[in-house]
Write a protein that binds this ligand. Structure first.
Ligand SMILES: Cc1ncc(COP(=O)(O)O)c(C=O)c1O
Length: 388
């Protein structure tokens, strides 16, 4: 046991202790935490679907017309009896929306990235991933026997240099990126990545976790917005953020789908999702193309917040994810506690989630947030900056 006590002491000494907290989501961009009602600046429910009465109401109404959602567990993996027709319907819907040959649904974004990357790549292959890619991508790459190089964040010249030097040494090469980066809110230049992928004959893998729902006319993500949706080899979207559900999907060729159904361990060796979840996911996916008002509101709030942060002297880009980088772990913890006392829920993000010395507060906006809350938040940050 001493070993484990030492682990915890060392985490605490570095100011990196983490805890699970009970938080209740409330309407209108609020939540309840420690008995207090706070404005929620930490949710990834970007379009406010969790408390969207119309979508929730139409869901329950629709369910009255079918009976196959009532069993609250799946009973087995998708390869055995867990593959309900709701899976087939949802995948067909996704393939149609993305105009792709096929789609496949996983239990979460974590399952998707780990399962796909480890199944599609082997020895003789090379993976080039952005240095700031999410832990689930890193873990998928760790489980792969391919060689791996992390390129500097958004540094596409470095990718080209690496491909000039190494492309001929490998059978397949995969460039892996997020579209909107989860902890920084900045965005990949997908036009540029597509042109590189085509020039060097490599695959492009794009994780759209923080862009689906939010970006693009139909809310399909940055690939839609940047007009490259049909030129991405593997496009991953997650259901747990703007889509207010659980699970994740990938859209791609029939051939990749076949390989995953045979080889993706996070698909084969896990129980399928309950039908009620799949029914909700399908319902939300159907609504996404129509949610223009929410997307516009989120975009307006993002502009306001990034402009206000820039005026305060922070380096903020126009995004629904805005980091306020303070550097040390301790400073991030203190500022988050201060803001919580003032009525705003925001948490410190520390290593290993972000690189050492870049601890931050990560503000995520949702369309439920009112403009006045942003003005109030900015005022509080301004005052605490003046006192520091
Ligand atoms: C970029 C990215 N990919 C994947 C995931 C994992 O998705 P999920 O929460 O569905 O497991 C996350 C979520 O934290 C993420 O930010």
């Amino acid at each position: 046991m001493k070993h484990y006590r030492d682990i915890i002491s060392s985490i605490e000494d570095k100011g990196l202790n983490r805890e699970l907290r009970a938080i209740e989501s409330l309407a209108d961009g609020y939540c309840r935490f420690n008995g207090n009602k706070l404005v929620n600046f930490s949710s990834n429910d970007y379009l406010g679907i969790l408390d969207n009465e119309q979508i929730n109401h139409s869901f329950w109404k629709e369910l009255q017309n079918r009976s196959d959602w009532k069993i609250m567990g799946a009973g087995s993996s998708r390869l055995l009896t867990g593959n309900t027709s709701l899976y087939d319907e949802t995948e067909a819907l996704l393939a149609k929306l993305y105009e792709a040959q096929s789609a496949i649904f996983f239990n979460s974004g974590y399952h998707a990235n780990v399962g796909i990357l480890s199944a599609l790549t082997e020895k003789k292959d090379l993976i080039l991933s952005d240095k700031l890619c999410h832990a689930s991508i890193i873990d998928g790459i760790r489980l792969s026997s391919a060689d791996h190089i992390r390129y500097r964040h958004l540094d596409y010249a470095q990718i080209e240099t690496l491909l000039e030097q190494k492309r001929h040494l490998y059978r397949s090469v995969f460039i892996v990126t997020e579209s909107v980066f989860s902890m920084d809110g900045d965005e990949a230049n997908l036009q540029k990545l597509v042109s590189i992928k085509e020039k060097y004959d490599v695959y492009l893998y794009v994780d759209e976790a923080h862009a689906v729902g939010v970006k693009g006319e139909k809310g399909l993500g940055s690939c839609e917005e940047q007009n490259v949706i049909n030129r991405i080899d593997i496009l991953v979207g997650t259901m747990g953020k703007a889509l207010a559900s659980v699970g994740a999907y990938a859209v791609f060729s029939q051939l990749f789908r076949k390989v995953l159904v045979n080889k993706a361990r996070t698909l084969l060796f896990t129980t399928a999702l309950p039908s009620i979840n799949m029914a909700w996911s399908k319902h939300v996916i159907e609504q996404i193309p129509t949610l223009h008002t929410q997307r516009k509101k989120l975009n307006d709030l993002s502009l306001l917040m990034s402009k206000s942060f820039t005026e305060l002297g922070y380096d903020a880009h126009h995004s629904h994810i805005i980091p306020l980088i303070v550097g040390s772990n301790e400073a991030a913890v203190q500022l988050s506690l201060h803001l919580q006392q003032k009525g705003f829920l925001v948490f410190p993000i520390r290593p290993p989630t972000v690189p050492v010395n870049t601890s931050r507060l990560r503000f995520s906006l949702t369309s439920s947030i009112k403009e006045e809350y942003i003005h109030q938040l900015v005022q509080v940050i301004k005052e605490s900056k003046a006192k520091a």
